[in-house]
Design a protein around this ligand. Structure first.
Ligand code: LMR
Length: 394
């Protein structure tokens, strides 16, 4: 039977990760996969996580199954973190998932179940796995304009025009904050316009929220999600704990759904549980439980918030330093956008040849569409990176 299998196309992010690992050069710079690195170049285990894990090991007396939707205390804690108090708890359904990718997948499974044949509109560009998952599920996918590559910023006019044309009942996928791959986020005022447009178009929002707290802060980064919940009523949010809790390999994520009322919520909740059962029965517990322990302990939560704000501060200062170094190298402010954008990523306007030259001649690994992981940079590498970009992309 396997002779019928076709080789799968490479995932551009994970393929680059493998290529980087295989490169023997010691001065190589990895700006590929989205992981945070500290000043020692390490993706650290956060102290709040370490403490919670110790408490968990000491206090846990059973590894028996949780529920199909996972630990309810985790779902409640995440709903509170993400949604604040903008929606009554009896309208919120949720299920633990296998990381943020699992949350996107289960959110889409729910959408497909609720409305077979629906079209999902994703931004152009978007995280490559969005389209890949939709296509693998046989779901219809279209794009809406999002990014103005010339201006290195949001194409607000194109975005609104395209959203206005989305047929009622379709689904629009939005990045709640820290847009991946461009780092170009709407301002609060622009979000208000976007949400009013979604409301007028009578579409359903699916929000991918993988970088909460990596932009400007928890409340700031949750602004768009909370606004959509308030204005649109029924919203699906795919949340990842990989980045903001540094729990990458533990695969902690949650899909949250705000339903019209408590009765509708009960039906959604049952469907989410069934979808988990069909995919993997119970979601992984360890990372989720650690997150729940942190969020429900005022001391651990404060420690985590401080660590998260240090990570955010580091990314934003690296952004500023790289923009300044490029300013000095090129004598122009064409890279000033790096300091303004938010989250892990920004996109360099570069041809595939230039990206290849950066990799082959300078050991600098950037995703093929020009996406750079700013959170993977080290201060020491900035002068060399700026010189190489100025030389290759001039
Ligand atoms: C990324 O975009 O680099 C991360 O979300 C990791 C991944 O799974 O692609």
């Amino acid at each position: 039977m396997f002779e019928h299998l076709r080789p799968q196309p490479e995932d551009p992010i994970l393929a680059l990760m493998d290529r980087y690992r295989a490169d023997p050069r010691t001065d190589k710079i990895d700006l590929g996969v989205g992981v945070y690195r500290n000043s020692q170049g390490v993706t650290p285990v956060m102290q709040a996580v370490k403490t919670a894990e110790r408490q968990l090991v000491d206090g846990q007396d059973s590894k028996g199954y949780t529920g199909l939707a996972g630990d309810p205390a985790f779902i409640d804690a995440m709903a509170e973190l993400v949604l604040g108090d903008v929606v009554a708890a009896d309208r919120v359904a949720g299920a633990g998932t296998v990381g943020g990718t699992g949350a996107v997948r289960q959110g889409l499974e729910l959408i497909r179940l609720a409305r077979p044949g629906v079209t999902v509109h994703i931004p152009d560009p978007s995280w490559p796995n969005h389209r890949a998952i939709l296509q693998a599920m046989g779901m219809a996918v279209k794009t809406y304009r999002y990014f103005d590559a010339e201006a290195n910023g949001l194409d607000m006019t194109g975005l609104l025009e395209d959203l206005r044309a989305v047929p009622a009942g379709d689904v629009v996928l939005l990045h709640g904050c820290c847009h991946n791959p461009t780092g170009a986020d709407p301002s609060d005022a622009q979000w208000q316009e976007i949400v009013a447009t979604l409301k007028a178009a009578q579409v359903t929002a699916l929000i991918d929220l993988a970088y909460l707290g990596f932009g400007d802060g928890i409340a700031e980064d949750a602004f768009s999600t909370r606004l959509m919940v308030q204005e649109l009523g029924e919203v699906i949010v795919a949340v990842s704990c990989s980045k903001n809790f540094g729990l990458y390999r533990e695969r902690a994520g949650v899909v949250l759904v705000t339903a019209a009322d408590a009765d509708a919520r009960a039906v959604v909740q049952g469907n989410l549980a069934t979808l988990n059962r069909l995919a993997y029965s119970f979601p992984a517990d360890h990372g989720a439980r650690v997150v729940e322990m942190i969020l429900n302990s005022s001391a651990l939560r404060a420690e985590w918030a401080t660590e998260l704000s240090e990570m955010r501060g580091r990314i934003n200062s690296l952004r500023g330093e790289l923009a300044a170094a490029l300013q000095a190298e090129t004598g122009s402010d064409q890279y000033a956008f790096l300091a303004v954008q938010r989250g892990m990523f920004s996109r360099l306007t570069a041809t595939p040849d230039q990206i290849r030259t950066l990799r082959d001649d300078h050991g600098i690994y950037i995703i093929g569409d020009g996406r750079m992981n700013m959170a993977g940079l080290s201060k020491e590498d900035i002068p060399r990176l700026a010189r190489a970009i100025a030389e290759v992309c001039a």
